[in-house]
Design a protein around this ligand. Structure first.
Ligand SMILES: Nc1ncnc2c1ncn2[C@@H]1O[C@H](COP(=O)(O)OP(=O)(O)OP(=O)(O)O)[C@@H](O)[C@H]1O
Ligand SMILES: [Mg+2]
Length: 247
């Protein structure tokens, strides 16, 4: 089981759109895939039309009255399961704080599904938190979408600093550019600078209306517009990531 978390300190950078698309593509490639929506906003669940079977499911999982396996649902797509978000997840930090080894709790919880999946994708809320610490701990790769602007560079630097302070392996952090507009000098300049870091994948996701249309179709881009520019870009990037993480 290989855990990839879509994370950024910053909000609105394309974490959910990317998580939804990569999970779909991994499943389509034949990997047994699970998407765990750990953002109480539930946007990834919305794209898959998924609602939790029981109310307060995250709280119940944390309190051991619901097993992780029982929270898993099918998405209707082959090889792809989901644990939908639910609003009780907004108290995640309090729930985690009540656990022994509070920073490693998610990792111990996920042991029970280890042999069931090849890939687990986690859609994370933005920000630093105890949940984020758990996610950093359980992830093999922390995949960070970055819009090439100065503010994003700042949050990229803050994340690296946080990793160093908290002893998170910096090698786990891999990044790619999203919402790129190559007509903007700033985007080009920031990309040239950050590519030097060797932490960024070459392929990137341009700013394109195809991604926004996912909200109209409630589906990943490749499922409803496989020959669109957005789908082609996501596929190229996913192939590069797959090679990067599986090599
Ligand atoms: N490549 C893109 N081109 C155009 N619009 C995009 C692109 N990627 C994402 N968007 C749009 O930007 C908005 C934010 O994207 P998304 O929800 O994926 O970001 P997020 O990082 O998960 O946000 P949050 O921090 O709120 O969870 C959405 O409306 C989405 O449709
Ligand atoms: Mg999101």
């Amino acid at each position: 089981m290989f855990v990839i978390s879509l994370y950024n300190l910053k909000g609105g950078v394309g974490k959910t759109s990317s998580c939804v698309n990569f999970a779909y593509m991994a499943a389509k490639d034949g990997y047994r895939t699970l998407l765990w929506d750990l953002d109480p906003q539930g946007a990834a669940s919305f794209y898959y039309n998924a609602e939790p079977k029981a109310k307060g499911s995250i709280k119940k999982i944390m309190e051991h009255t619901l097993s992780l396996e029982d929270a898993i649902m099918g998405t209707g797509y082959e090889n792809l399961d989901i644990i939908p978000a639910d609003i009780s997840g907004r108290k995640m930090d309090i729930l985690l704080d009540e656990q022994k080894s509070s920073k490693k709790y998610l990792k111990s919880l996920m042991k029970s599904i280890e042999s069931e999946y090849d890939f687990v994708f986690i859609d994370c809320p933005p920000g630093f938190s105890l949940l984020a610490d758990n996610i950093f701990n359980v992830s093999d790769v922390i995949l960070m979408p970055v819009i090439p602007t100065t503010l994003s560079v700042r949050s990229y630097d803050l994340v690296k600093e946080y990793f160093t302070d908290k002893g998170v392996e910096l090698d786990k952090l891999m990044c790619f550019f999203t919402m790129v507009d190559v007509r903007k000098n700033m985007h080009n300049d920031v990309m040239l600078e950050l590519y030097k870091d060797k932490r960024f994948f070459e392929y990137y996701i341009p700013y394109t209306s195809g991604v926004e249309k996912m909200g109209l179709h409630n589906a990943p881009i490749e499922a409803f517009a496989p020959s669109s520019y957005a789908a082609i870009c996501y596929r190229a990037l996913w192939n590069e990531i797959k090679e990067g993480v599986l090599e």
